[in-house]
Design a protein around this ligand. Structure first.
Ligand code: FPP
Length: 249
């Protein structure tokens, strides 16, 4: 992982290491606008976005954040041009292949969530190899959402539970939040404490609809390719000034 930022290797001293969000979810938005502002093709924005993501993952390790989940491709993103979809799929494959040795040595545990049925066989193989190679790692839990939709994920969980009720394995009255959570893609992850969205849009865009119920939301105008350690530092400072109430007074 080549680092774009040479400063802020250590956790900045104005952050309280006991009050860091343990799981951070990110909607990486603004790659296209970043490229357009510079007169580059959109793909250049995605390429720079991939560099930004590598550095954020490294930063989570450096600063002691244990889980990072990123929205890389939504179920709606298939509506983009074929050229852009192909480019993104190749970027994902490169991440899982070319960065695998580094992820292994850094202790990253990789997971990919979403409906992987429509992905190319070579991308699926790269995902499988990376999952297997990192499965015992104890460092940052890095989850990449590809062909992911929050509503679809909840519907899928309901279908599994409905089938279990039909087979008499589960009583409908026993279904509760905890049981439904077990059938989400993120079953073995704690819910995110913080959602970061770049590029100023105030939406959650079908990302982790269930899991973000009590997350703090931080939106920055910074476009994703420019989201460096300084910008991450600002997001964490802002988070640490929030009072999390979980619906209580
Ligand atoms: C949104 O920007 C970004 C995406 C749909 C793709 C996210 C992908 C990356 C950051 C590439 C790297 C990811 C991995 C996992 C290697 P946009 O294209 O919608 O930007 P715009 O709103 O400015 O057009």
């Amino acid at each position: 992982m080549t680092s774009k930022t040479t400063s802020l290797i250590e956790l900045p001293t104005d952050l309280d290491c006991t009050q860091l969000p343990q799981h951070i979810a990110v909607i990486m938005d603004g790659n296209g606008r970043w490229a357009k502002q510079r007169g580059f093709p959109r793909m250049m924005g995605h390429k720079r976005g991939a560099d930004t993501l590598r550095d954020l993952l490294r930063c989570c390790k450096d600063w002691g954040i244990s889980a990072l989940t990123v929205y890389a491709f939504s179920t709606e993103n298939w509506g983009r041009s074929m050229e852009e979809v192909d480019f993104l799929m190749t970027l994902f494959e490169n991440l899982f292949q070319l960065e695998l040795a580094e992820m292994v040595s850094e202790g990253v545990k990789l997971e990919v969530v979403g409906n992987l049925d429509n992905l190319t066989p070579s991308l699926c193989s790269a995902i499988d190899r990376a999952r297997v190679a990192t499965r015992h790692n104890q460092g940052v839990r890095f989850t990449v959402a590809i062909n992911y939709g929050g509503r679809q994920e909840i519907v899928r969980a309901c279908q599994i539970l409905a089938a279990q009720v039909q087979q008499g394995i589960v009583k409908s009255t026993d279904i509760d939040e905890q049981m439904l959570s077990k059938y989400l893609h993120t079953a073995d992850l704690p819910d995110p404490d913080l959602l970061i969205r770049t590029s100023g849009e105030m939406r959650i865009s079908n990302f982790l609809l269930w899991q973000l119920a009590y997350a703090e939301i931080y939106v920055t105008d910074t476009l994703w390719p420019d989201f460096d350690r300084l910008a991450f530092h600002q997001a964490l400072l802002n988070y640490q000034h929030r009072h999390r109430r979980f619906g209580k007074a």
